[in-house]
Design a protein around this ligand. Structure first.
Ligand code: PMP
Length: 341
């Protein structure tokens, strides 16, 4: 099988991996350094990550028993597959979507049932019926906003999938803060639904590798049995807890990125480029007068790196562009104008 690759190249403008364009606030780093002085390095960390879970729970206004954290939301997804997938079980995905859903499923021995999204990348409920009816999956993955299309699933769609899915529904909200609504509002102890989140985007902490889910307490109890003991190191536990004290700063940054997304999409719309609507911190584009792969190489010549999806199934000729700082986005726009006009 193929591994998962996201090529990195040394460039001036890096808009390829949907990270935050700025580091966390300076006050956060100072407090983290201070707290690190007090760490008992010779002891194992708190296995239950009690304070971190409490902080995340408070942040979302839920009980800590509904929070499960791991090394990036990818490890949250892996733990879900290890717990509810595996040999003889099936996970459903609707393509195009985040490649790691099917990849992690396969790695854990879970069979993958693939549904197709409609031409405009929305979810067609007849297709949902077909896939869920045929495969009877133990896990159904949704991604909202969807990577790499940027589309947000509507509340009606998520409810409809919940009503039809025979097992667990996972809504991957790695980009949830940039979207107008969240499936977190649907999580409770009666519904087999989890919503996954990450510190890698909004919280400017991709380097820390920390993600979590909010779900029913009975499900979190099962995940705790499966994940390795002490999987969350002490530094990450402290960093994740402290970061949440900077909610106001991060809300301001999210609002600025959403505004910048609007500006970038409007400017892209003036060029011979198809642009999909986005509820995330990235936008999917397809040039109409030049091949996507060629555009990707020419942008690289301008020291601008975006994600090359041109050869991905169902995304022929497409590129995915992370929203950067206004200066980075201006550099992208200037390069695009020069190339495509
Ligand atoms: N889900 C989606 C949809 C993503 O795009 C990403 C990051 N590429 C992740 C999960 C993984 O994020 P992390 O492991 O950094 O939390």
């Amino acid at each position: 099988m193929e591994g998962y690759h996201s090529p990195q190249v040394e460039v001036k403008v890096r808009l390829n991996t949907n990270e935050a364009p700025e580091p966390p606030p300076a006050a956060f780093t100072e407090r983290l350094v201070e707290e690190l002085q007090r760490i008992e390095w010779h002891r194992y960390p708190d296995r239950a990550a009690t304070e971190l879970r409490q902080a995340i729970a408070e942040f979302h206004g839920v009980d800590p028993s509904r929070v499960f954290a791991a090394n990036g939301s990818n490890e949250v997804l892996q733990t879900l597959c290890l717990t509810y997938g595996g040999a003889g079980r099936t996970a459903a995905v609707f393509e195009p979507t985040y490649a790691l859903h099917s990849h992690i499923a396969r790695i854990t021995g879970t069979k993958v049932a693939t549904g197709e999204r409609a031409h405009d990348f929305t979810l067609d409920l007849a297709e949902v019926d077909r896939v869920l009816g045929d495969a009877q999956p133990e896990i159904t993955f949704l991604c909202s906003p969807n990577n790499p299309t940027g589309l947000v699933e509507t509340e009606d769609t998520v409810r409809a999938v919940l009503g039809r899915a025979p097992g667990l529904v996972v809504v991957d909200e790695a980009y949830g803060q940039f979207a107008p609504w969240s499936a977190l509002t649907l999580v409770d102890d009666r519904t087999p639904l989890v919503v996954t989140r990450t510190y890698s985007k909004t919280w400017s902490m991709a380097a820390a590798r920390l993600g979590y889910l909010i779900g029913p307490a009975w499900l979190v109890e099962q995940l705790d049995k499966v994940v390795l003991p002490y999987h969350l190191d002490v530094v990450k536990q402290v960093a994740g807890r402290l970061a949440l004290d900077y909610r106001r700063e991060m809300d301001t940054r999210v609002a600025a990125l959403v505004e910048e997304r609007g500006r970038l999409i409007a400017r892209l719309g003036e060029l011979p480029i198809d642009v999909w609507p986005s509820g995330a911190n990235f936008v999917l584009i397809r040039p109409t007068t030049i091949e996507g792969d060629r555009l990707w190489h020419l942008l690289l010549d301008h020291s601008v790196l975006v994600r090359n999806c041109a050869s991905w199934p169902r995304l022929e000729g497409c590129l995915r562009v992370t929203i950067g700082t206004p200066a980075e986005d201006d550099a992208l726009l200037a390069a695009l104008e020069e190339i495509v006009q």
